[in-house]
Write a protein that binds this ligand. Structure first.
Ligand SMILES: [Mg+2]
Length: 259
């Protein structure tokens, strides 16, 4: 896995363009929803999987509706093979709209929101107690930060000072059919009050993303990543309908033109 580790931000940006195009095509063909959410968190997933994480680290995708973004990264890393990736969205495939436990590279089944932080906290606490190396990364949606189970896990992590846990919030300011209920300021306040170290980054800027992951932050750490729903296709950016509506052929061409 480490042999595919990339070095420069330019290489990561090129990979981001390649996987964005790939995702637009996959969503168009399969008619699976949530392209907007895939495009908001894709740069974070790329930075984590190609630059930051090593063999001792673990990753939990709490916002399971971004499964296709994770599949595209795992496929590029050759963790998901070509045949499996080609089957995406088809009858009998293990790769559906939300991740299934037992699929290569997938830690837990998610999609029903509000569970990923609890599971990641348990994995991280277990690692610490067993004196195992590595960190646990969990990617949350901003919408699921309002869930009671997320807030309970947030307090559990703060009280137990689980330093090996790093949570990233994909702060695209949308949840399903509306703006987020809690809002970004409230999310930051809640986590800080629970004893987390809270930092903010531009979730589409690789220098910014990698800098924050490589900094010697005292955990538990919450990274609030400012992102744009549908990032990369102007007619989809920050638009409610890109949460559910798959991209059209015209929107794929629009992305090509912007390249
Ligand atoms: Mg959101």
């Amino acid at each position: 896995m480490r042999d595919l580790k990339m070095k420069s931000a330019d290489e990561l940006k090129a990979l981001s363009k390649e996987l964005r195009k790939d995702l637009l095509i996959k969503h168009n063909e399969s008619k699976i929803a949530h392209i907007g959410s895939d495009l908001s968190c894709l740069d974070i997933l790329i930075a984590l999987h190609f630059e930051i994480m090593g063999d001792d680290d673990r990753f939990v995708l709490s916002k399971g509706h971004s499964a296709l973004a994770l599949y595209s990264v795992l496929h590029k890393k050759r963790i998901i093979d070509d045949n499996t990736y080609d089957s995406l969205g088809k009858d009998g495939s293990r790769l559906g709209e939300h991740p299934l436990y037992g699929t290569e590279g997938i830690e837990i089944a998610t999609g029903s929101l509000g569970h990923g932080l609890s599971v990641a906290a348990g994995i991280a606490l277990s690692k610490e107690r067993n004196k195992e190396k590595g960190k646990v990364y969990v990617l949350l949606s901003d919408g699921e930060c309002q869930e009671g189970s997320t807030l309970e896990a947030m307090n559990f992590v703060g009280i137990n000072k689980i330093k090996s846990l790093i949570a990233i919030v994909d702060s695209n300011k949308w949840q399903a059919f509306d703006r987020t209920l809690l809002g970004e300021e409230r999310i930051k306040e809640e986590f800080a009050a629970a004893g987390w170290n809270v930092v903010e980054i531009d979730g589409h800027d690789y220098e910014s993303i990698i800098r924050v992951f490589e900094a010697k932050n005292e955990g538990p750490l919450l990274i609030v990543a400012h992102t744009v729903l549908g990032k990369g296709v102007k007619s989809m950016e920050d638009r409610l309908e890109s949460h559910y509506r798959p991209p059209t052929k015209e929107q794929i061409e629009e992305f090509d033109e912007e390249l």
